[in-house]
Design a protein around this ligand. Structure first.
Ligand code: MIC
Ligand code: SF4
Length: 643
C-alpha cells in the first residue's frame, strides 16, 4: 500500500510510535517559527532549558503582532527577542518585514520538511508541501532544544479538487467552502491533504491561503503536493535548489475523502461571528459596510494585492468606507511600490499600514460602534476586532475590493470582465531585514525591559482537587474569549501577572477577581473548548490564577496540549448531559487523580453543592500523565534532564 504525502513526511521524521490514527507519535522538527506575541514566553522557556544554541536546521523569530508601540512594552519585547535570537542561533525577522507565515513561505519554507510554529496559522507553509503545525510556545521551545514534537497520529482527509475556479471565485472561497462543510470543529484530529487535478491550477500563494485557513476547522494541518507549480514559485523566490517533488503514491489510501468542484464555487462570505457561518455573498443581501480590511496571513500576498489594485485602479472608495490595507511582507510592499500598484491603492483612498498582523488581532483600526467590517482575515470572533459590538465578515480580496467601492457587501462578479493577474517570474529579494544569528554568542547582551517578568512557576498537580466552578461557558469558546488579544492586552504577553487580570474579560470581567478570591478553581466548557489561536497564555494565565482543571464536552487540539503543558487537568464528560447538571459556583471534588490517570480510568467527580457524582475522562498518554502530575512540561523537561 502506498503512502499519502502526510504519511511520507511523518514516516521520514518519526522518532517514536506508528502511523495509526489516534496513537501517539513523536516527530523530529526541522524548522521552527515564533512570533513576538508568543515568542517572548517561548524564548524564556527555551532559556530555562539551558541549551546553548537551537538544535533545529532553522529557527526564525518574527516580529509582526505587537507592532503598535503605544508604550515601551512592545519595543522592549522586540529588543529582547532580537538579543535572544542572536544569542541562541535564531534568525530574526525585524518589525516591518512582514507577517511570519507570509515571510516564511517566501524565504524559508522547504517542501517535505517539518515546521513547528508558535502560531496556529503555521500550516500556511503547507501550501509549499511542508508539514507545518501550530503549537504552544513551550512545545516550540522544546523543539528548538532538539526535542521531538508529540501528537496523536491524525486521520488524513483527501480533499480532492476538481475543475478550476470560475472568474471572480478565489482561493479564499475554496477554504470557506471547506469550512462550510466541516465547521470549526470538523478538522480536529485530522490533516487536510489536498489533491486532484484542480490543484495544478492553483498557485503557491493560493494554496497557502487554503492551508492557512484550514486552521479554522481545528485541523492539525493542511498540506498540498510539491509539484512544478511549487518549483516555479521557489525559482521565482531564488530558492529552486530546495525544491523536491512530493506527491501521494498512486495507491495511497486516506481515512476520509472530501470532493470539491472548483468550477461550481461562487464568492462566499463567513458571516458574524464564526468562520464557518458561510453563505454565498449574493444571498446575504445588502449589508452596508463601514470598513474594509485587506491583509492578514490569509490574504496579503503579492497576487492578492495586485488583484485588489487592478479592481481599485482609477476609482475611489465609497464615502462611508474606511479601506485599510496591510501588505503581508516587505517583499510584497516593495513590489507594489516598484510597479505602481501601490500608487493605485493610495489614489483609491486606501490607508496603507505596515506589513504586520495589525487589525486582524485588534492592533489598531477597530471599527466604529456597531460597525460592519468586511475583512480578508481568517477569524471573525466577536470582539476580536477591538470593537465589542462590531460585525465582521470574512471574504476574498476580490469581494473586499468590490465592497470597498460600492459601500455594500458586493459579489465581485458584478464588476464584469474577469481579472488577469499573473504570478511574477521573479520576486523582489532582499533579506537584509532578516538578521542572522551572532557568530559569537558571548558577545550578545540580551536586554530585558521592565515588561519582561520571569516565568511563573507551576506546581505539581495535587492528588485531589476541591474547587469552585468559577465560570460555565458554552460551545466553541475561543482562546480570544479566554485570553483576549488586542492593543491593550497584547503588550502584556511577557508579564503574566498583569495579563492574568484579563482572563475571560470579555465574557465576565469579574472572573480574575473571583478566581483570586477563591484561590483558584475549575472551568466548565462545552464542545471544542479553546478553539482558535495557539496562545499558551490561555492556559498560563489561568494557571497563574490557580485554575486546576477544565471540564468540557470536547477540546481543541492546541489548547488541550497547552493545558497539559501548564499542569491544568483537561477532562471531558463521560455523559455530556452532566454538563447541564453543573452551575457556576458549584463546588466539585475530584479525588484519586494520580491513580486514575496512570490507570487510564475514568475519574469520579463529586458535585458537593448538589450532592451527586458523575464521571469524566482524561484521555491522556502515559507521557502526558507524567507531565501533568509534575506540574507541566517545563518541570517535566528539567526532571528528564536531571536523569
Ligand atoms: C491569532 O491569530 O489569534 C494569533 C494572534 O496569531 C494567535 C497567536 C497569539 O495569540 O499570539 C494564533 O493564531 O496562534
Ligand atoms: Fe497575525 Fe492574524 Fe495571521 Fe494571527 S491570523 S498570525 S494575528 S495575521
Amino acid at each position: 500500500m502506498g503512502y499519502n504525502i502526510t504519511q511520507k513526511i511523518l514516516a521520514s521524521h518519526l522518532v517514536s510510535g506508528s502511523l495509526e490514527p489516534g496513537k501517539e507519535i513523536a516527530i523530529r522538527i526541522d524548522q521552527t517559527l515564533t512570533q513576538d506575541a508568543t515568542g517572548t514566553m517561548a524564548y524564556l522557556q527555551f532559556e530555562a532549558m539551558n541549551v546553548p544554541r537551537v538544535k533545529t536546521e532553522l529557527s526564525v523569530s518574527y516580529v509582526d503582532h505587537n507592532t503598535l508601540q503605544t508604550g515601551f512594552e512592545n519595543a522592549d519585547d522586540h529588543r529582547f527577542l532580537q538579543g535572544m535570537a542572536a544569542k541562541y542561533g535564531v534568525y530574526f525577522s525585524r518589525p516591518g518585514n512582514g507577517i511570519c507565515h507570509q515571510v516564511h513561505l517566501e524565504r524559508f519554507g522547504v517542501p517535505g520538511k517539518t515546521l513547528l510554529g508558535s502560531d496556529s496559522h503555521t500550516p500556511t507553509a503547507g501550501g509549499l508541501g511542508m508539514l507545518a503545525i501550530g503549537a504552544g510556545g513551550l512545545d516550540v521551545a522544546v523543539a528548538m532544544a532538539g526535542g521531538p514534537f508529540y501528537m496523536a497520529m491524525p486521520k488524513v482527509v483527501n480533499v480532492r479538487l476538481h475543475g478550476r475556479l470560475a472568474p471572480w471565485a478565489s482561493a479564499k472561497d475554496v477554504v470557506l467552502e471547506v469550512l462550510r462543510r466541516l465547521t470549526v470543529k470538523g478538522g480536529v484530529g485530522k490533516v487536510l491533504e489536498y489533491g486532484g487535478e484542480g490543484v495544478k491550477s492553483l498557485t503557491v500563494p493560493e494554496r497557502a491561503t487554503i492551508a492557512n485557513m484550514g486552521a479554522e476547522t481545528g485541523a492539525t494541518t493542511s498540506i498540498f503536493p510539491s509539484d512544478e507549480v511549487t518549483r516555479a514559485f521557489l525559482r521565482a523566490q531564488g530558492r529552486e535548489e530546495v525544491w523536491v517533488e512530493l506527491l501521494a503514491d498512486p495507491d495511497a489510501s486516506y481515512d476520509e475523502v472530501l470532493d470539491i468542484d472548483l468550477s461550481s464555487l461562487e464568492p462566499l462570505v463567513a458571516c458574524p461571528h464564526s468562520p464557518d457561518n458561510v453563505k454565498p455573498v449574493h444571498e446575504v443581501g445588502p449589508v452596508a459596510v463601514d470598513q474594509v480590511v485587506i491583509g492578514s496571513c490569509t490574504n496579503s500576498s503579492y497576487l492578492d494585492l495586485m488583484r485588489v489594485a487592478a479592481i481599485l485602479k482609477g476609482k475611489v472608495v465609497h464615502p462611508r468606507v474606511s479601506l485599510v490595507i496591510a501588505p503581508g511582507s516587505r517583499q510584497v510592499l516593495t513590489m507594489l511600490a516598484q510597479n505602481g500598484a501601490l500608487a493605485d491603492l493610495v489614489a483609491a483612498g486606501a490607508r496603507i499600514l505596515e506589513c504586520a498582523c495589525g487589525p486582524c488581532i485588534g492592533m489598531g483600526q477597530a471599527p466604529p460602534s456597531g460597525g460592519v467590517s468586511v475583512r480578508t482575515n481568517n477569524r471573525n470572533f466577536k470582539g476580536r476586532s477591538g470593537t465589542a459590538d462590531a460585525q465582521v465578515y470574512l471574504v476574498s480580496p476580490e469581494t473586499a475590493a468590490a465592497t470597498a467601492l460600492t459601500g455594500y457587501l458586493t459579489d465581485p462578479r458584478e464588476l464584469g470582465d474577469p481579472l488577469v493577474v499573473e504570478m511574477p517570474e521573479k520576486f523582489y529579494i532582499d533579506d537584509r531585514m532578516i538578521l542572522p544569528p551572532a557568530e559569537d554568542p558571548t558577545s550578545v547582551e540580551v536586554v530585558r525591559g521592565p515588561n519582561i517578568k520571569p516565568l511563573p512557576p507551576a506546581k505539581p498537580l495535587p492528588a485531589s482537587i476541591q474547587g469552585r466552578v468559577l465560570i460555565k461557558v458554552g460551545d466553541n469558546i475561543t482562546t480570544d474569549h479566554i485570553m483576549p488579544a488586542g492593543a491593550k492586552v497584547l503588550p502584556l504577553r511577557s508579564n503574566i501577572p498583569a495579563m492574568a487580570e484579563y482572563v475571560f474579560a470579555g465574557v465576565d470581567p469579574s472572573f480574575a477577581r473571583r478566581a483570586k478570591e477563591a484561590g483558584g478553581g475549575i472551568i466548565v466548557g462545552g464542545e471544542n473548548y479553546g478553539q482558535g489561536s495557539s496562545r499558551e497564555h490561555a492556559a498560563l494565565a489561568p494557571m497563574y490564577l490557580g485554575i486546576k482543571a477544565v471540564l468540557a464536552k470536547s477540546f481543541a487540539r492546541i489548547h488541550r496540549d497547552n493545558l497539559i503543558n501548564f499542569g491544568i487537568l483537561p477532562l471531558t464528560f463521560v455523559e455530556p448531559a452532566d454538563y447541564e447538571r453543573i452551575e457556576q459556583d458549584d463546588v466539585l471534588e475530584i479525588s484519586n487523580i494520580p491513580e486514575a490517570l496512570r490507570g487510564g480510568l475514568e475519574l469520579e467527580i463529586k458535585n458537593i453543592s448538589r450532592n451527586f457524582t458523575f464521571k469524566a475522562r482524561a484521555q491522556m498518554t502515559p507521557r502526558e500523565v507524567e507531565i501533568l502530575l509534575v506540574g507541566g512540561l517545563l518541570n517535566y523537561v528539567s526532571t528528564q534532564q536531571r536523569k
